[in-house]
Design a protein around this ligand. Structure first.
Ligand SMILES: *Cc1c(COP(=O)(O)O)cnc(C)c1O
Length: 366
């Protein structure tokens, strides 16, 4: 029996998302005892100790279903962001919100405009609904080509994705550019501004995507607890939008999509501003050090406003690093075979990486 023939053609044709290699897997495969993972933009300092304590306190209650409305987290976050509680939708990571948006708005013949290279889930959720991905190449500086993206919008366009800072390249969109783009975008196109790395942004003219939620009803801002908040394993992210847009997306949501410990952890993490500040500082310092060291090795490093850097390393470096117990992200799948993406780690992790790169170059770690 040909099972593939039974599947919907657009699902069977999908190229599955390729996650960063788990540390365990590398250790098993190569027998390397202490591998370092700088591949998935996780917070190297770990979760807030307050989030861990809150989860521990909640453990004995996991025989209950979670609160499907995430009441406590919703209230805290709404007041933090200055929006109404009904302007928030929670997901099992912001990945799930992307999927809910696709489920709500996309069908065959619909188009989704997004930058490329960018987050791999954009084409996946688009094709998953049988809709058509319209990938607009980044410009030569690895920044969104907003002019080309505006031109790519047609009467069939349902969603436009912006990713700022952009994963995997790192550049963010400035205030003036974002404002001009959203201002000119037709009203009947949903604009999704994916701000997964929002907390790390340092540029002085940082864009205020959230302000557009009030100004333009068809706008959704995506944020997550997976990156700076250090809760990737708990799977919790959210969307902020006009209440009507949230109401539509909510119809596509499973009632218990956010797990109980995830909600508890996110609520506690939100309160721990000290841990967040420490995490951002660790990133800023680590980033500066990495840029210097990689530059000294003669590698081109793209400007980044996030917690990772895109590096022109030459081909084969991903594999060489793996063999030395350092996991980074290969970029061949994005059409950039001689690049790798490196997540900024702790001081010692960053040093491991640079030592391994030096060894690969034959400098013997001198
Ligand atoms: C990591 C990431 C996300 C979402 O991650 P979740 O863990 O699903 O919240 C969304 N967008 C981009 C660009 C990311 O890098």
């Amino acid at each position: 029996m040909d099972l593939t023939r039974l599947a919907k053609a657009h699902i069977a044709a999908l190229t599955p998302y390729e996650p960063g290699k788990p540390i365990d897997e590398l250790e098993r495969e190569l027998g390397i005892p202490e591998a370092v993972k700088l591949a998935s933009n996780e917070n190297p300092l770990g979760p807030s100790p307050r989030a861990v304590a809150a989860m521990r306190d909640a453990l004995n209650g996991v025989h209950r279903y979670p609160d499907g409305k995430s009441y406590h987290l919703r209230s805290a976050l709404a007041s933090r962001l200055g929006v109404a509680p009904e302007q928030l939708v929670f997901g099992s990571g912001s990945d799930e919100i992307l999927e809910l948006l696709a489920k709500t708005f996309l069908g065959e013949g619909d188009e989704v405009v997004f930058p490329w290279p960018s987050f791999a889930m954009y084409p996946i959720v688009t094709q998953g609904m049988g809709a058509t991905p319209v990938a607009v190449p980044l410009d030569a500086a690895f920044e969104h080509d907003l002019e080309a993206m505006a031109k790519a919008v047609t009467p069939r366009t349902r969603l436009v994705m912006l990713c700022t800072p952009n994963n995997p390249t790192g550049a963010s969109i400035g205030a003036a550019a974002l404002d001009a783009f959203l201002d000119a975008l037709p009203d009947d196109v949903i604009a999704v501004v994916d701000e997964a790395y929002f907390e790390y942004v340092q540029r002085p003219d940082r864009a205020d995507a959230l302000a557009w939620v009030a100004r333009r009803p068809g706008t959704m801002v995506l944020r997550t607890f997976s990156k700076a908040y250090g809760l990737a394993g708990q799977r919790i992210g959210y969307g902020v939008a006009d209440a009507e847009l949230v109401g539509l997306v909510e119809r596509a949501r499973h009632p218990f999509n956010v797990n109980l410990l995830g909600e508890v952890a996110a609520l506690a993490a939100l309160d721990d501003t000290e841990h967040l500040e420490r995490s951002v500082r660790c990133n800023t310092e680590g980033m500066a050090w990495l840029r210097r060291e990689l530059g000294a090795l003669g590698m081109e490093v793209a400007p980044s406003d996030a917690n990772f850097v895109l590096v022109k390393s030459g081909e084969g470096v991903f594999q060489g690093l793996l063999e030395r117990g350092v996991i980074v992200r290969p970029m061949a799948g994005f059409g950039l075979p001689d690049y790798i993406r490196i997540t900024v780690g702790t001081e010692s992790e960053n040093r491991r990486l640079v030592d391994a790169l030096r060894e690969l170059r034959g400098d013997g770690g001198a």
